[in-house]
Design a protein around this ligand. Structure first.
Ligand SMILES: CC(C)(COP(=O)(O)OP(=O)(O)OC[C@H]1O[C@@H](n2cnc3c(N)ncnc32)[C@H](O)[C@@H]1OP(=O)(O)O)[C@@H](O)C(=O)NCCC(=O)NCCS
Length: 229
């Protein structure tokens, strides 16, 4: 299914999970031999994610035969392409763009956080300052957007920095539930992340019980390309 986040140059494609069995058979060649013995549900989400990536790539005019997986688990896109894949229990989605438009993109889908797990998730992903901010917003989706948004940012940053980033190295600085926008700040002192600290813009959508967040990282401005005031 077509999905639109209104991000210039980025195409999205989604598929409901459990994945359609006919499509699963048709695209089963996308499953690498190393995954022959994984659980059926994992095979399904993997094939559905790859199917979505191939469809999203078609929307930007590219025919992808496959999307391999790196040793560090991220999808490997052909030169000149950036993209990301996510799957929740109910949905697989991929987004793809030409790298002339964006340095990198990340997408993440999460089911709304179960109230029984709220305290555990809060202590894993948020600081006391962020929790105070979320309480001030009083939004039923706030914690899920924070959690998912940080994972989307991780997926966007990882191909650029190739290092692990903890949830506490990123801070939620704004969440606008009406405009469906958020802002995260990378505040890490990890040397591998120097040059990437700063603020990142994201957007989200809700599909039933699922929140989908996207973070797109702009290409650096070329020297001399700024507009004089
Ligand atoms: C990698 C991670 C973000 C995946 O998120 P998830 O909610 O568990 O799973 P999702 O279904 O949304 O995404 C899985 C897909 O992400 C992609 N992915 C995996 N590792 C990745 C990486 N290092 N970089 C970019 N994409 C990655 C893969 O396409 C994977 O699907 P596939 O195995 O079928 O190809 C998560 O497991 C993780 O390790 N998080 C800890 C780090 C973090 O999020 N820090 C936040 C602060 S920046």
């Amino acid at each position: 299914m077509l999905i639109d986040f209104n991000i210039p140059g980025v195409s999205f494609f989604g598929a409901p999970l459990p994945f359609d069995s006919q499509l699963e058979n048709r695209f089963s060649h996308l499953l690498p031999p190393s995954m022959a013995n994984v659980a059926q549900v994992r095979k399904q989400e993997f094939i559905a994610g790859r199917y979505c990536a191939i469809q999203a790539a078609k929307l930007v005019g590219l025919e992808l035969a496959k999307v391999p997986t790196a040793k560090t688990r991220e999808p490997v896109w052909p030169e000149g392409i950036v993209g990301s894949i996510t799957h929740s229990k109910l949905l697989a989605i991929s987004c793809v763009s030409l790298s002339q438009h964006w340095s990198s993109i990340g997408i993440d889908a999460e089911e709304l956080i179960d109230p029984a797990l709220k305290a555990d998730i809060e202590s894993l992903v948020a600081s006391p300052v962020e929790l105070k901010y979320l309480r001030s917003l009083d939004s039923p989706i706030g914690l899920t957007v924070l959690f998912s948004g940080k994972e989307a940012l991780y997926k966007a940053l990882f191909p650029l920095v190739r290092t692990f980033i903890d949830f506490k190295e990123v801070k939620l600085t704004n969440l606008d539930a009406d405009m469906k926008l958020f802002e995260l700040e990378l505040i890490s002192s990890n040397e591998s992340l120097a040059g990437h600290v700063g603020r990142y813009q994201g957007s989200f959508k809700q599909f039933g019980e699922t929140i989908v967040t996207v973070v797109s990282i702009p290409r650096p401005m070329r020297e001399g390309s700024h507009v004089d005031s």
